[in-house]
Design a protein around this ligand. Structure first.
Ligand code: PLP
Length: 376
């Protein structure tokens, strides 16, 4: 850590290994694909990928070719699935890096095959994505047959997988995930009748893997659960959710402490005058680091000295202010926990998310690039 660094994220790779092993054991004989897009949900993709593989993951998945390149550059040789069809002009890189592209258009199939020929490379394994109701990306049920046939007909390509993605698996009470499963099974049967059999079938994200055992097929694609965070607050309260260990904590040190008189307010907007004189601690972490601005108006808290302490005013770009009440024992240099445990208290990514009206995913991905990561 650079001298003077006052805020950092601690990533517990033992927790990643534990979560990967827990998920792998749960879904076996299906395999585990560790989703490490977006810098491993703010945890660092390379370190998470290695820990996930140690824990039992056999596949990795990312959103972008660039993200796959980072994994390969760091010597990671596990299969890497690209979760959307890469741009046509990126297919050369896909082949050079031996990434596994997801395909759902004729142009994509053709570009992938051409890139293999141009590189004189061995046949490339590709996965075909069918849209069963989320309507983000993927071929229609009929389109998937055409794309799969086109893949199977080309000697440059191997039909390595067929997959789909759930829209509402994080609410297992909704019947639509069952509907998506039925549509997926129908496509699989349709392809099978046409002699098209991919090596792998997969459908589940974390929520699906946890709540829909029959949908696990050959592989589950887990992101959020790998990081020890449940896909929804309700799922966090289940037995399975409780077996996951949050890997990330966001920490800082108090940089400055002062006494502020009753009736004075602090930070931009001077929103809330103090009801009584208070010790106010300044902590050098702000919205540029991923602390949502809205936490300042919706009751955000941090932990100092093992106690919950409310924010005293608006979150600023680089700093927050904490109301320590009549506690004069808080000193510059004290450790502050924004997300994570201190003593018996804990603040989770979902605590923040529910306070500001978002999801834990966005909180984790929002941890800014100037927050260094320390691996333990
Ligand atoms: C991001 C993503 C996942 C992982 O989702 P989690 O809810 O984090 O487990 C799986 N599949 C696809 C297609 C994704 O885009």
């Amino acid at each position: 850590m650079l001298a003077g660094r006052r805020a950092w994220a601690e990533v517990d790779l033992g927790a990643i290994r534990h979560n990967a092993a827990t998920l792998a054991a749960l879904v076996g004989p299906a395999g585990l694909c560790a989703v490490v897009k977006a810098g491993g949900y703010g945890h660092g993709s390379v370190a998470v990928a290695r820990a996930a593989i140690e824990g039992g993951a056999s596949w990795l998945a990312v959103a972008l070719v660039e993200e796959g390149e980072v994994l390969r550059r760091h010597g990671i040789d596990a299969p890497v699935l690209l979760l959307s069809e890469p741009p046509v002009d990126a297919m050369g890189d896909v082949v050079a890096l031996t990434l596994t592209p997801t395909l759902y258009t004729e142009e994509g199939v053709e570009a992938a095959a051409k890139a293999v020929v141009a590189a004189g490379a061995a046949p490339l394994s590709v996965h075909v994505k069918v849209d069963t109701g989320m309507h983000r990306v993927g071929a229609s049920a009929e389109g998937a047959l055409v794309v799969a046939r086109s893949v199977a007909d080309r000697p440059e390509l191997v039909f390595g997988g067929l997959w789909t993605h759930f829209a509402v698996a994080d609410d297992p009470s909704l019947p639509f995930t069952g509907e998506q499963c039925a549509r997926f099974d129908a496509v699989v049967a349709h392809l099978g009748a046409a002699g098209l059999r991919p090596s792998l079938l997969h459908a589940c994200n974390s929520a699906g893997a946890l709540a829909f055992p029959a949908a696990r097929h050959d592989l589950v694609r887990c992101g959020i659960a790998l990081y020890g965070v449940a896909p929804s607050p309700a799922m966090a309260a289940t037995d399975l959710g409780a077996r996951l260990r949050p890997a990330l904590s966001l920490r800082a040190r108090v940089s400055y402490v002062k006494q502020v008189a009753a009736g004075e307010a602090v930070s931009y907007g001077l929103r809330r005058p103090l009801e009584r004189a208070a010790t106010v601690a300044t902590v050098p972490v702000g919205y540029a680091d991923g602390v949502p601005w809205r936490l300042g108006v919706t009751g955000g808290e941090v932990l100092i000295g093992g106690r919950r302490r409310p924010l005293a005013g608006s979150v600023t770009m680089d700093q927050i202010l904490v109301d320590c009440g009549d506690d004069t024992g808080v000193l510059a240099g004290d450790e502050v926990v924004l997300i994570g445990r201190q003593g018996t208290e804990q603040i989770t990514a979902w605590d923040w998310a529910t306070k500001v009206g978002t999801i834990a995913y966005e909180i984790l991905c929002g941890i800014g690039p100037r927050v260094p990561k320390l691996y333990a």
